[in-house]
Design a binder for this molecule. Structure first.
Ligand code: G3H
Ligand code: 13P
Ligand code: ZN
Length: 308
């Protein structure tokens, strides 16, 4: 199957109240893991590549590997998406390589500047059938005891979100509601601002994206630490919180950290248990299999299993 835009995938998720995983990849093993999990779970997928991933693997390599796997598994709906594109140049590199979806992340600029850059990206992408994601607010955890003004400074403003969507014509929006990237998301209880999320959904109606959505799975984290790693204080978004977020309108769930932790936990274990092993395939193979199980579990939590 040829790659499709993420809009096609997410419009169905929005209509039928489930979410699709956007899984970050940097190399062949992670890409294979996402496709093999999707094949097993019968789930659509979004392959996410950051600017760092593009720098590491090369845009053409990422596209070619994704296309090759999509041809191998023609029944899986798949989009290749630029994650956190920081400027027009990054977007153009992705478009030129054949990406079918982009995120322009100008959320660190004031509202008007973010809107201006995003509109420019939409005007280039939409005629090409490429979907566009943008972000509002900052990806930062917010403690319970901070002032309303502090919360407002970090999290999405629903009225602004409505104006932004109407004016930019983006296909899906990432509203900041209290998550952050990486393995250390919350000091205390994992709490997201569902009231803001509910309002953004009610006003805009478009598919919404949860960045920083990894759950930091306990078994993988334990294994990581058991074999010499340090993840003290790591905390992710628990499955029940993810499920609530989906009920309130999230349709795309970005996941990178969980794949990183699980892959490297298994690499650590294999290396520790087989000290004379010099064949990388004997180390990366089991790590890939472990990542597949983590992805399959997430697909079931998101409700994207058995959608194809
Ligand atoms: O949103 C960030 C993703 O986890 C990608 O991370 O920029 O290190 O590739 P990266
Ligand atoms: P995690 O760090 O929680 O996996 O978030 C990834 C992400 O948001 C990629 O855009
Ligand atoms: Zn992100």
């Amino acid at each position: 199957m040829s790659l499709i835009s993420a809009k096609e995938i997410l419009d169905d998720a929005n209509k039928n109240l489930y979410a699709v995983g956007a899984f970050n990849v940097n190399n062949m093993e992670f890409l294979q893991a996402v496709f093999l999990a999707a094949e097993s779970e019968k789930s659509p997928i979004i392959i996410a590549a950051s600017e760092g991933a593009i720098k590491y693997a090369g845009p053409d390599m990422l596209f070619s590997m994704t296309k090759a796997l999509s041809d191998t598994y023609p029944n899986i709906p798949v989009a290749l998406h630029l994650d956190h594109g920081s400027n027009l140049n990054a977007v153009m590199v992705a478009i030129k390589a054949g990406f079918t979806s982009v995120m322009i992340d100008a959320s660190h600029f004031p509202f008007e500047e973010n809107l201006k850059i995003t509109k420019q990206v939409v005007s280039i992408c939409h005629p090409l059938g490429i979907s566009v994601e943008a972000e509002l607010g900052r990806l930062k955890g917010v403690e319970d005891n901070v002032s309303v003004a502090e919360r407002d400074a970090v999290l999405v403003n629903p009225k602004e979100a409505n104006d932004f969507v109407a004016s930019s014509n983006i296909d899906f929006l990432a509203p900041a509601i209290g998550t952050s990237h990486g393995a250390f998301k919350f000091k205390g209880e994992a709490k997201l601002d569902f009231e803001r999320l509910r309002k953004v959904k009610e006003l805009t109606g478009i598919p919404l994206v949860l960045h920083g959505a990894s759950s930091v799975p306990e078994a993988a984290s334990k294994k990581f630490e058991e074999f010499g790693g340090d993840l003290k204080g790591a905390k992710g978004v628990p499955f029940d919180v993810l499920k609530d977020a989906i009920k309130f309108g999230i349709n795309k769930v970005n996941t990178d950290t969980d794949l990183r932790i699980s892959f490297l936990a298994k690499v650590r274990e294999s290396i520790a248990n087989d000290k004379s092993q010099i064949d990388p395939r004997k180390i990366f193979g089991p790590a890939k299999d472990y990542v597949i199980e983590i992805i399959k579990e997430r697909m079931r939590v998101l409700g994207s299993s058995n959608r194809i």
